[in-house]
Write a protein that binds this ligand. Structure first.
Ligand code: ADP
Ligand code: MG
Length: 615
């Protein structure tokens, strides 16, 4: 396919729109944009000058939430109603976090199941998605206030080790906050991007990203090549960060000053410890006097306290290198991220460990992830004229499935060469052949995409519907030639075909197809939802029909009547093409027939027991 510059936004609806970048952090969150005039990424700053919004939600007596600095102040006075570190719970079940819940001052509900955790505040229950969405809403509102324009689209960052559920949860939180989440980007990738890494086509680098935040430490090793960023390894400690430095300072003061009663003082000491720590990255000595005591700390003392904690982070670095089977010499650059890397000793030790004279640390470490997200957003908005030149598939490739839907096997912008496969099955009993139609494009219905080829897999031995396993594989070689093959795995029958997807398509036509998909995205979603609901309804009708034919005798006349009635209602709903109606009526039919299945099992069991003795 060669090198293709895709500028999906030229003259499009998106051109003047600002897409924001959001760092949704465990401790702090913030929002950044690329300025239209200077083309520079900046973190959005309120009149108070602050860019960071503490990732804390407080609920008052009436259940009204507040987010940010005011909420963080409630952590001491009203801990049960103040939710912090919710990111630790994203996409997790109670089982996942059972061992950690004693770390939280708020109530994490134990339903001892695989379902996702809930947090109880007063009488109400919140999911981590709800709570994150409140933080995102606050960021969105701030941005709208500062920019004086609606903000509807965002790029949000997540740790590189987040799994699909955690990423989906983050997306959902964005959606709940009224944001169209265009992309989820890895935090270390965003940080590297903020330093301009990965923007040049011919650049190849291996980068270590050292991220020491408030409560967590993450080390990621990235390989950037041809504008594609691959995560080679991640390591870290989910309980190592600035908070541990603060606690260690408190412990030091308690020993030094011989504090008698601690309960009340401890929270105040913790805040003083954080002030001390921050001040010591600018001066050599910290002192604070109250009527009762004087707190002091020198930089040398802080470094002695911090040293073992920093050492723990370096152990993680060592492990990550081992996992990636790399040595320190393989690391070209080290990027520093997170507020705690402001500590002078952290920088020194990291330099020593990686044997570097300099680190990438001149951007603000607690803003750098958001800045990178903003740059990614700007690229997606098409404002970045130095578009990436990638060896990628310009349009998605997929096949037609039930109801004329496009099932994408290789998404647009996948690097080539590339390979993907998926299993399909037959719809009809005894079906002996299967037509595989290959399409290219971004629309949800194949009729709106470009047909590339059709492959006929025949000779499938007679089997009941759903039993054959047909593996369809796509393989794109380095020249961009697509090879599609289909194989029925039980019998081994196979067919394949070669296609040149780029053939006959100009860049302009390709761009037009992309624009088309953007402007039709909403209708496509509605069309897809309708097709899916209709397919499900039809399958339900078929199943019930088959059941009635075979096992009608198990039902009483009245039940039979109710079932028939509901089937007719559902058929009418199908005609109406009203997705919600179809779903409601499908669910009703499902409700009515659910007990029959159990009865069928009982009957089968009774039958099987006849003439057999059970001891
Ligand atoms: P997260 O990514 O976990 O949300 P941040 O990157 O915002 O966290 O880092 C927050 C941590 O950085 C806090 O523990 C804070 O005390 C610490 N921090 C901020 N400024 C400094 C400083 N000047 N020196 C040392 N630590 C700092
Ligand atoms: Mg962070």
């Amino acid at each position: 396919m060669g090198k293709i510059a895709i500028n999906i936004a030229t003259g499009s609806i998106q051109q003047s729109e600002t897409i924001v970048g959001i760092d949704l952090g465990t401790t702090n969150s913030l929002i950044a944009i690329v300025r239209h005039d200077t083309k520079k990424a900046i973190a959005l700053r309120e009149i108070d000058g602050l860019t960071l919004v503490p990732s804390v939600v407080h609920f008052d007596h009436f259940g009204n939430p507040s987010v940010g600095v005011s909420a963080a102040e409630k952590m001491i006075s009203d801990p049960q109603n103040t939710i912090y570190s919710v990111k630790r719970l994203m996409g997790k079940s109670y089982k996942d976090v059972a061992s950690e819940t004693n770390q939280f001052s708020y109530k994490v509900i134990d339903d001892n199941s695989d379902s996702l955790v809930k947090i109880q505040v007063g009488e109400r229950f919140y999911s981590p998605i709800d709570l994150s969405s409140l933080i995102l809403k606050e960021l969105k509102a701030r941005a709208e206030h500062i920019l004086k324009t609606p903000v509807n689209k965002a790029v949000i960052t997540v740790p590189a080790y987040f799994n699909d559920t955690q990423r989906q949860a983050t997306r959902d939180a964005g959606k709940l906050a009224g944001l169209d989440v265009l992309r989820i980007v890895n935090e270390p990738t965003a940080a590297s991007l903020a330093y301009g890494m990965g923007l040049k086509a011919d650049e190849e680098k291996t980068i270590a990203v050292y991220d020491l935040g408030g409560g967590t430490f993450d080390l990621s090793i990235l390989h950037i090549h041809n504008g594609i960023c691959e995560v080679l390894a991640t390591n870290g400690d989910t309980y190592l960060g600035g908070d541990d430095f603060d606690q260690a300072i408190v412990k030091h003061w308690i020993q030094e000053l011989n504090f008698p009663s601690l309960n009340n003082a401890q929270a105040k000491l913790r805040l003083a410890a954080e002030r001390a720590k921050k001040q010591l990255s600018e001066s050599d000595f910290f002192e604070e006097k109250t009527s009762e005591y004087t707190l002091s700390l020198s930089r040398a003392q802080l470094e002695t306290i911090a040293s073992p904690l920093i050492q723990r982070s370096l152990d993680c670095c060592r492990n990550a290198l081992n996992d990636a089977q790399l040595s320190i010499n393989n690391i070209d650059e080290v990027v520093m991220v997170g507020g705690s890397t402001r500590l002078y000793l952290v920088k020194e030790k990291v330099k020593q460990f990686f044997g570097k004279d300099r680190l990438y640390d001149n951007l603000n470490p607690d803003e750098v992830v958001a800045l990178g997200a903003a740059i990614q957003a700007d690229i997606l908005a098409g404002n970045n004229t130095e578009m990436l030149l990638l060896d990628v598939t310009p349009l998605s490739l997929g096949i037609e499935t039930m109801g004329g839907l496009m099932d994408v096997l290789i998404p647009r912008n996948s690097k080539i060469p590339n390979k993907a496969g998926r299993q399909y099955t037959t719809q009809i009993d005894g079906q002996s052949s299967m037509r595989i139609s290959v399409f290219q494009g971004e629309r949800d219905l194949v009729k709106d995409n470009r047909a590339l080829a059709t492959l006929n897999l025949s000779g499938i031995p007679g089997m009941p519907a759903g039993l054959p396993k047909v593996e369809v594989s796509f393989l794109i070689d380095a020249d961009g030639i697509l090879k599609v093959s289909a194989k029925e795995l039980r019998s081994g029958v196979e067919q394949s075909i070669e296609i040149s997807p780029k053939y006959g398509l100009t860049d302009e036509q390709m761009e037009a197809m992309l624009l088309d998909s953007l402007s039709n995205a909403k209708e496509d979603m509605q069309a897809r939802a309708l097709v899916e609901a209709s397919t499900e309804a039809q399958q339900m009708l078929d199943t019930v029909n088959r059941f009635l034919q075979k096992n009608g005798s198990l039902l009483q006349a009245e039940e039979n009547q109710t079932t028939q009635n509901q089937m007719n209602i559902l058929k009418e709903a199908l005609e109406s093409k009203d997705k919600n109606l179809i779903q409601t009526e499908t669910e009703k039919l499902n409700e009515i027939t659910r007990p029959y299945a159990e009865r069928l099992m009982d009957a089968a069991l009774t039958e099987a027991m006849k003439g057999k003795k059970i001891l």
